[in-house]
Every structure is written in structure tokens, then in C-alpha cells.
Ligand binder design. Structure first.
Ligand SMILES: [Zn+2]
Length: 65
């Protein structure tokens, strides 16, 4: 199920608008917009997270000395 990118409310498909409408805040989005927002708000992959953590650790390690 899709969650609203604004308020994390439930998105319900409205066939008359051919859009997903948020039950909580009323935001209406089509599929493309949902995908776009999801990538914008950084649903980063676990691999990317791991890389970031490794870099942070190395930074910490190098400043420690
Ligand atoms: Zn919402």
C-alpha cells in the first residue's frame, strides 16, 4: 500500500480522478508523481546506507588520530 509522501497517510485510488488521494491531507497524486516524490525523499538502498556508514566511520577514524 502506498503512503502519502506529505503526511504518511493512506493513499486511496480514485478512479474518477485517476489519481491517488490521501485520506488524511487530501493530496492527489498520480503514479508518476508518487514515484518521483519517493525518489526525491531519498528512499536510499541498503547498499547506499552501508557505503555512507563506512565513509562516516573512516572520517571518524581519521580525525581521531
Ligand atoms: Zn497526506
Amino acid at each position: 500500500m502506498n503512503a502519502c509522501p506529505e503526511c504518511a497517510g493512506e493513499l486511496k485510488y480514485d478512479p474518477s480522478q485517476r489519481r491517488y488521494v490521501c485520506k488524511s491531507c487530501g493530496l492527489a497524486l498520480n503514479r508518476d508523481e508518487i514515484d518521483e516524490l519517493k525518489s526525491k525523499y531519498g528512499a536510499s538502498t541498503p547498499e547506499e546506507e552501508k557505503e555512507k556508514m563506512k565513509k562516516d566511520y573512516l572520517k571518524w577514524w581519521s580525525t581521531k588520530k
